[in-house]
Design a protein. Sequence first.
Length: 271
Amino acid sequence: MRTDYHVHMHETGEFSTDYLKEYLAKAKKEGIDELGISEHAYFFQETKDIISNPWIDNRRGLDFKDYQALFDQAEKEGLPVKMGIEMDYTPGKETEMKAFIDAHPFDYVIGSVHWIGDWGIDLAIFRDEYEKRDIKEAYRQYFDQVVTLAESKLFDFVGHIDLIKIFSYWPDDKDFLHEQYDRAVKALADSGTCIEISTAGLRKPVGEIYPDPVLLKKCYEADVGIVLCSDAHKPDHIGYAYDQSVELARSVGYDKLHVFSQRSSKTVPLD
C-alpha cells in the first residue's frame, strides 16, 4: 500500500475537481493507492478564533463550504480521495480546535507545529530568528508543543514532527536533543497518535526527510504508527522521493503503515 495524505491545493490552484484530477493522475503515475487532500486550516475564516497573527491573517479568506464542496463533487464523480485538514496546533485553543474538527466529516486530521508564539519557524522571513535565540530553548519550546499536541488526542498524526530542523540549526548537546525526542515519543505512544514520514524535508534547506532516523527509530520501538507523505503543494510533488521514505521506514523496522477513513485507522503492509 502507498499513501500520500499530506497534500495541498489552494496555493497553486483552486478547489475544483478538474484540478484535483491533476493530483490524482500524478498519484496514479507514482503508484499511490490512497490520496488525501489536507489543506491548511488557517486559510479558512472558520479558524480565526483558533490562530491569528499578521502573516496568517493576510492569507486567510476561504470559506470551508467551498472546500467541502470539492469533496462532495468528487464523491459524485467517483474520484477516490480522502478529506483531511492540517491544523496549526495552538496551545490553549484545544476547545476551539475540537469544535472545528468535530464540525466536519474529515477522514483524518494532521496536527503540526509551525509557530512558537509569533515566530513562524519554517518561514524564510523569520530565518534570522534562529541566530537570535538560544537553540536549546527553541527546541524545548517546540517539543513542548509536540507533547501537548499528542496529549490533546485531537489529531490522527503529526506533520513533519521535527520541522524545527528545517534550516539546519541543531542543539550541540545530543543528549538534550534525544531527551526532547524521548518525551515526544512517550506522548505519541500514550495517546495513540501517529507520525508521518515526510519527504518534504528533501526539498527544504535541511535536505533530509522528516523525521531524523534516530527519532524514527525511537517511534518504532515505542510502537508509534506511521503514514507516508510528500507535503505536496502542487501535483508534481505527489509521491516525491517515495522510495526513500519506504527505505527509511524499513531501515528502522517498520513493515506496516496506517490508512485512515472517517477518523478511524487500520494498518496495512508497507509496500
